[in-house]
Design a protein. Structure first.
Length: 127
């Protein structure tokens, strides 16, 4: 169960925007670092939300290092954290992100090679 959001998420500036830029550029560790600064100070349920988003970035750092087990574990953990949240929580299209995570997990479970996996879309909602 979730409670009403107490933080405002603006993905156009600051650490959120920097992390998003890094993520889109394939700089997954840098995205993780940018978002972690917010995660450390966030209240719940925003803390759990940010942890899920950070785990997606961390999963694709593992993918970059050709570590399918690490990728799978982190995507599974991210999905578990993001699953109970509403579709537009944190200013992101969570339905899109969760569906992409599920698709990547299915590809990994089916034995697809890890190198061509495309990172899940972390897409802010239109304001």
């Amino acid at each position: 169960m979730f409670t009403a959001a107490t933080m405002t998420f603006d993905w156009t500036q600051g650490p959120l925007a920097e992390g998003l830029r890094c993520y889109a550029a394939g700089e997954f560790f840098a995205a993780h670092e940018a978002w972690e600064s917010l995660w450390l100070a966030a209240p719940e349920p925003e803390k759990t939300f940010l942890q899920g988003v950070i785990q997606v970035a961390a999963a694709f750092e593992h993918q970059r290092r050709n570590n399918p087990l690490g990728t799978t574990r982190l995507l599974t953990a991210a999905l578990r954290r993001l699953h109970p949240l509403p579709p537009a929580f944190g200013g992101l299209d969570l339905d899109l992100l969760r569906n992409d995570i599920r698709e990547r997990l299915q590809l990994l479970a089916d034995g697809a090679p890890i190198s061509p996996l495309i990172p899940p879309r972390i897409r802010p909602l239109a304001r």
